[in-house]
Design a protein around this ligand. Structure first.
Ligand SMILES: [Ca+2]
Ligand SMILES: [Ca+2]
Ligand SMILES: [Ca+2]
Length: 226
């Protein structure tokens, strides 16, 4: 290796270091970091309505509406044929747990301060009370003229029971008030079913409205050894 190359090598390295240092000192100022966008309440609807528990019969869907503003719960419907939404019940207090069959929509209604059962006939644009007993009523279901629900009027002695209402005769009747817990009824035609605990576990029982009263109640699924 020549003496020249031995001498030039360190000079080139020094030049690179000096050049790098000059580059740092002459660098253009960086752009300021943008301030993150903070979403204001106006970025979303200030009063969205939440919708729950939809159910449907034919071309009519119904559900419970809850406003974020006042948390009032109401029942609304929607005609899927006409694509029109309509209020079913928007009165004071909570309206919840809608069910529908034919032209009749029913729900749990707390306008009086305790859960009752109310209904609305779309054919006649008429609202009506099904049960306004002072105790709580829950989980209504409907088939034809028959409305059923779980009822706490004798809860202190009989726990929860199943009651029904015949819209044709406008008469209320007991479906099952056995001393254990009956709940979550449903109905189709003359057959009412529910969940209950008389055997110490949850079973399914039924009641046939067209059968002899002594043979009307039948265990659908019950096993005491479960
Ligand atoms: Ca309401
Ligand atoms: Ca009530
Ligand atoms: Ca009971």
């Amino acid at each position: 290796m020549s003496r020249f190359r031995k001498f030039v090598g360190p000079l080139v390295a020094a030049a690179i270091l000096v050049s790098a240092g000059c580059t740092d000192t002459q660098q253009e100022p960086t752009e300021p970091t943008p301030t993150p966008t903070i979403e204001t309440p106006e970025a979303h609807p200030i009063n969205p309505v939440h919708r729950y528990t939809p159910t449907i019969f034919g071309d009519i869907a119904v559900w419970m509406d809850e406003s974020n503003q006042d948390h009032d719960r109401n029942i609304y419907g929607h005609d899927l044929t006409t694509n029109l939404e309509f209020p079913v019940c928007v009165t004071d207090g909570d309206q919840t747990q809608p069910a529908i069959d034919g032209d009749i929509i029913i729900w749990v209604d707390e306008r009086s301060g305790n859960p009752d059962i109310y209904g609305y006939d779309m054919a006649t644009d008429t609202e009506f009370a099904v049960c306004t007993d002072p105790a709580p009523q829950h989980n209504p279901a409907i088939s034809g003229d028959i409305v059923v629900w779980a009822d706490d009027r004798d809860r202190a002695t009989l726990k929860r029971d199943i009651y029904g209402y015949d819209m044709a005769t406008q008469e209320e009747f007991v479906v099952c008030d056995q001393r254990d817990e009956q709940r979550d009824p449903d109905v189709s035609g003359d057959i009412i079913i529910w969940q209950e605990t008389r055997n110490g576990n949850n079973d399914i029982f039924s009641f046939n409205l067209s059968a002899d009263i002594n043979e009307a109640e039948v265990a659908v699924s019950a096993n005491m050894s479960d």
